[in-house]
Write a protein that binds this ligand. Structure first.
Ligand code: UDP
Ligand code: MG
Length: 310
């Protein structure tokens, strides 16, 4: 019997845990899968941990991991990933905005189409105006500046197989952006559409500052465009310096300019150009140090002829 690990990140979800578990277990029973459920309490301030303990006492397949404080959604999922040791792993929000029943279609898709990961994709998003449009804007911007493309309207509602799990366990990077990392690996990905409902119980654990921090993490760790920007700007400043030099000399010869203006103008723009250029070069080095410090794998192997482990 194939085994699946379900990872549920929980931040103040005491009101949702029971219904989440009922719906997940019902789906798993339909799929006839051997399972373990890992609920990660990410520093909740309500009765989340008691609820998890209560459920894990009732069902030996339910496990709980409690963080000392709030480390964030991505860290909570990573804790589950490090715990998981199964053929498949599924992560979804415990607030039930990601309907657990979709696992059925996602599982069918991953097995029948021989995929490595299947993402739930929002065909309709009933979130509020700000959440909906900030997310659309973020994905568009991300896809413009990053080489890794992520499908718009996806989130961390994902089913992965053992191959992806193995790669995720190897990741030492502290800036985790799972929905970017999985496409970055380059495995075969599929999508299943669903309607995202509003949160029914409890409040969103994502404050605006957490969302900003998360977007910056994603943009900076998947794109070297911001660093490249300072180098591009330094090249633009060299071109402007050359043009302005012609302008200054032309003005000196043909117009009546104030004495000393030309030399002052040239000295200032020359040194400014040098400063920009040096900053541009430094940004390239700092950027590379940053990217290397992430310790991302150099490559990801899909298959090896003859000695294929799978
Ligand atoms: N979550 C978490 N840590 C946090 C914030 C959220 O583990 O710091 C969990 C939360 O319990 C839920 C999932 O991540 O299961 C998605 O969060 P939420 O529903 O609050 O975000 P939204 O749907 O509003 O984007
Ligand atoms: Mg939610």
């Amino acid at each position: 019997m194939k085994k699946i690990t379900i990872i549920g990140p929980c931040y103040n979800e005491s009101e949702n845990i029971d219904e989440y578990l009922n719906r997940v277990i019902e789906t798993l029973e339909k799929l006839k899968l051997d399972y373990q459920i890992v609920l990660v309490d990410d520093g909740s301030e309500d009765a989340t941990w008691n609820k998890i303990l209560e459920n894990s006492k009732k069902n030996i397949n339910i496990h709980g991991i409690k963080f000392t404080r709030n480390f964030g959604h991505q860290s909570a999922i990573m804790a589950g990933i490090n715990f998981a040791d199964s053929e498949y792993v599924f992560f979804s929000d415990v607030d039930l905005q990601d309907p657990p029943e979709l696992l059925e279609q996602m599982f069918e898709k991953i097995t029948q189409s021989k995929l490595d990961a299947v993402f739930g994709k929002r065909s309709k998003n009933k979130e509020n105006f700000f959440k909906k449009y900030s997310s659309i804007f973020f994905y568009k911007f991300f896809n413009v500046i990053s080489n890794t493309k992520i499908s718009e309207q996806t989130s961390d509602f994902i089913l992965i197989n053992q191959k992806v799990l193995k790669e995720l366990k190897k990741i030492k990077d502290k800036d985790i952006f799972l929905r970017g990392l999985i496409p970055w690996f380059g495995f075969n990905i599929g999508y299943v559409n669903f309607q995202r409902e509003k949160r029914k119980k409890g409040n969103s654990g994502w404050s605006i500052s957490k969302m900003l921090e998360f977007s910056l993490t994603a943009l900076l760790s998947f794109s070297n465009f911001p660093m490249r920007l300072s180098f591009i700007l330094s090249l633009i400043s060299i071109i402007s310096f050359i043009t302005l030099t012609f302008f200054a000399l032309f003005s000196y010869i043909s117009m009546d300019v104030v004495k000393g203006w030309t030399s002052l103008f040239l000295v200032i723009s020359f040194f400014n150009t040098i400063i920009f250029f040096v900053l541009g070069i430094m940004a390239e080095y700092v950027g590379r140090i940053y990217l290397n410090s992430k310790d991302k794998p150099l490559y990801v192997v899909d298959q090896i002829s003859k000695v294929d482990e799978n």
